[in-house]
Design a protein around this ligand. Structure first.
Ligand code: SF4
Length: 406
């Protein structure tokens, strides 16, 4: 079981002085917000400190041992929070550990090339997060002497740091009295207070943010916030919440009313759309062509084997020859079909059929791709590519495949 982070002794007095005045301010603000949104903690009959005590005691016993919980380093907490935005904790762990090995400090991250950062982020997807993380690290080094800002107004101006991420980092690293609201805590609060509205609606979100703020304890706010999220991840799950194991069950409105399954309102899954795409590995002697995508749009600045969607009525073979002509300016002799890679992006279910081709004539030139490099297969490992493209690169690197290609 992981340890609960304790503030460092030397910074505690300073932190407490600041936190006391902040807490006073936050309480005043809370009562104003209370009027705005209609949230009244007293209306739910919670005895003073009950929620914080119950959550803390449950968290001490049941929290997962996650590497970013082992100290209060704001850099490590920040990186983990960004990774966790689209990925579950268990899946994030190996990526987090690799990232920390390569970029152990904010200074190391700031000094890296963007391509190195993207390569290390590979597999997590949503690469904009990695680019924002990198730019924010550079700003922290350039404007804040490499010290992590502990003021939400300052931190919130850095790329990619929205209200949730700022508050999560500052409450966990510096025990700042700031609320958090993400999918897990949102679900717990909606059920605990019996709010049936769709939390995606602005009024419902405002209410939830104000509730999240109103229930904060005066100290150990980072522990409280983590406990709320952990409870949502482990017990108050989207389907079949384990209410019998929940420390809040005695005062949970949804449980009392038997409405756990209908709160919060669930988004109906989007209709999935199938997409056919083609990719081509162009060989020239012992090298293959890898091209870099533009700095905007999907997979910005990543590298890939030229690829694109099929047009209406087009065969894969015709698409490959068209893509080569339009995207690379090369002429090539089409070879065999290598494999089909199936993957999903949001609602799209993509079948990417990959071919090989032998370069015949022409130099790389493109209005779409930024650069084209002829590389040996061994060099592919150094370039950041999307997950499906990495699968294609790994396929090419298998010994039998190498023999048949070259
Ligand atoms: S009692 Fe059930 S529904 Fe209520 S907070 Fe706990 S797990 Fe969620």
């Amino acid at each position: 079981m992981g340890r609960i982070r304790k503030p460092k002794v030397e910074s505690r007095k300073k932190s407490e002085t600041r936190n006391n005045s902040e807490n006073q301010k936050a309480k005043t603000e809370t009562s104003t917000l209370d009027k705005d949104c209609g949230f009244r903690l007293s209306a739910f009959g919670f005895p003073s400190g009950w929620l914080a005590r119950r959550l803390r005691s449950w968290f001490v016993r049941h929290q997962r041992d996650l590497p970013w919980r082992r100290d209060r380093d704001p850099y490590r907490i920040w990186v983990s929070e960004v990774m966790l935005q689209q990925t579950q904790a268990a899946a994030v762990v190996p990526y987090f550990e690799r990232f920390m090995r390569v970029f152990p400090t904010v200074a190391a991250l700031a000094a890296a090339e963007e391509q190195e950062v993207l390569r290390c982020w590979e597999g997590l997807g949503y690469y904009r997060r990695a680019r924002d993380l990198h730019r924010a690290a550079q700003e922290i080094v350039a404007r804040h002497d490499g010290q992590f800002p502990d003021d939400p107004a300052v931190l919130g101006r850095l790329p990619g740091l929205g209200r949730y991420t700022c508050n999560a980092v500052l409450s966990q690293a510096f025990d700042r009295r700031l609320p958090i609201l993400e999918a897990n805590s949102q679900r717990v609060l909606s059920r605990l207070f019996g709010r049936a509205e769709d939390p995606r609606r602005p009024a419902a979100r405002r209410w939830l943010w104000q509730a999240a703020e109103a229930i904060l304890p005066d100290r150990e706010v980072g522990v409280f916030n983590q406990a709320l999220m952990e409870l949502g991840a482990l017990v108050c799950t989207p389907t079949a919440p384990r209410c019998t194991q929940c420390p809040l069950a005695a005062r949970c409105v949804a449980r009392r009313q038997g409405r756990q399954d209908s709160i919060p309102v669930r988004t109906p899954p989007l209709e999935t759309l199938p997409i056919q795409e083609a990719a081509v590995v162009v060989r020239r002697s012992t090298e293959v062509l890898l091209v870099q995508r533009p700095p905007q749009g999907r997979w910005a600045s990543l590298w890939e084997f030229p690829h694109g969607p099929l047009q209406d009525g087009e065969t894969h073979e015709a698409a490959v020859l068209r893509l080569l002509r339009q995207l690379t300016g090369l002429r090539a002799k089409l070879g065999t079909e290598l494999l089909t890679i199936r993957h999903s992006i949001t609602r799209y279910r993509i079948a990417l059929t990959c071919f090989e081709a032998e370069h015949v004539s022409g130099e790389f030139q493109s209005d779409f791709y930024v650069k084209g490099h002829w590389l040996s297969l061994a060099d592919l490992a150094a370039y950041p590519v999307s997950s499906p493209q990495r699968r294609l690169a790994c396929f090419l690197l298998s010994p039998t495949r190498q023999r048949s290609l070259f």
